[in-house]
Design a protein around this ligand. Structure first.
Ligand SMILES: Cc1cc2nc3c(=O)[nH]c(=O)nc-3n(C[C@H](O)[C@H](O)[C@H](O)COP(=O)(O)OP(=O)(O)OC[C@H]3O[C@@H](n4cnc5c(N)ncnc54)[C@H](O)[C@@H]3O)c2cc1C
Length: 248
């Protein structure tokens, strides 16, 4: 298995090896690329679907699995009812099917343990996916870097990776989970029930021993703009904030 990103990231076939529903709207798909690669936490792949008439649709999906996780890679795809590609995965794709993908892609929205810490992760909805890869990598490497995940979801049942995140939080090993639900009351005493704002970011930051050395913000365009502004208002220097926008 190569440990380097594929040169020019050519398209390759990848078989679907597993499917698991995460929430009512999000399902995880495991892919086994025909030429396996090792990614960095935060990277994504491009998926290409080709219809019988030759029409092609391409979309990007973050890798949810830690680089060490084997076999294959996990993508967590949210169903947009009026979308083109995500309903295909939810309604049509089956274990054993082959699709085309290329990657790993992206070199900016990537966490390495050598970046130091504390690390602040801020995700909205499916924007938690690349942050999950970072949290999983921290755990699988036994890293002591303090990491706080502030994760905004509409309701409790839409919190992707909920049980795994709560397990990580309960380890009390320097990983802190702060959930905020925008359309339901908070379920845990230390969580919130409103949109991400500067006061919430300041309280989340207070859980770490020092100011963050890096912050990663991921989600829809609107979420990333609002959350990045909340970080700046909370005193996080703009130069420390890395963003990944999923569009729309
Ligand atoms: C780096 C990156 C990583 C990503 N990672 C993930 C991930 O981990 N999980 C995930 O679920 N998604 C992820 N996304 C988003 C993903 O790439 C797709 O955008 C998403 O799945 C929607 O694709 P779709 O084909 O289903 O919908 P699309 O057909 O692209 O439609 C998306 C929305 O746009 C609207 N729309 C489409 N065309 C128009 C138009 N002409 N005018 C106005 N509105 C329009 C549709 O109604 C729909 O609501 C990521 C995006 C990026 C850039």
């Amino acid at each position: 298995m190569s440990t380097e990103p594929l040169p020019q990231s050519p398209w390759q076939a990848a078989a679907i090896t597993g499917i698991e529903k995460r929430t009512p709207r999000v399902t995880s798909f495991w892919f086994e690329p025909s030429r396996p690669f090792v990614h960095r936490a935060g990277q994504h792949v491009d998926i290409r679907l080709t219809a019988p008439d030759g029409y092609q649709a391409r979309r990007s999906y973050s890798i949810a699995s830690a680089p060490e996780a084997k076999p294959g890679i996990e993508l967590a795809i949210e169903r947009l009812d009026d979308g083109e590609v995500s309903p295909f995965f939810h309604d049509v794709a089956a274990v054993g099917d082959e699709i085309e993908l290329r990657g790993p892609l992206g070199g900016h929205f990537v966490w390495e343990e050598s970046d130091g810490g504390p690390i602040l992760l801020v995700g909205g909805g499916s924007g938690v996916v690349p942050l999950m890869a970072m949290a999983r990598q921290r755990t699988s490497r036994g890293s002591a870097v303090p990491m706080t995940l502030l994760y905004s979801s509409r309701i409790w049942d839409e919190v992707i990776f909920r049980d795994e995140l709560i397990d990580l939080d309960e380890r009390r090993d320097g990983f802190e989970l702060v959930l905020t639900l925008t359309r339901e009351p908070a379920r845990r005493p230390s969580d919130y029930s409103r949109r991400v704002d500067a006061a919430m970011v300041m309280q989340a930051l207070a859980r770490s021993p020092e100011a963050p050395t890096l912050a990663f913000v991921c989600g829809s365009n609107a979420f990333v703009s609002a959350a990045a502004q909340a970080l700046i208002d909370a005193g996080v220097p703009a130069g420390l904030i890395r963003t990944e926008r999923y569009g729309v």
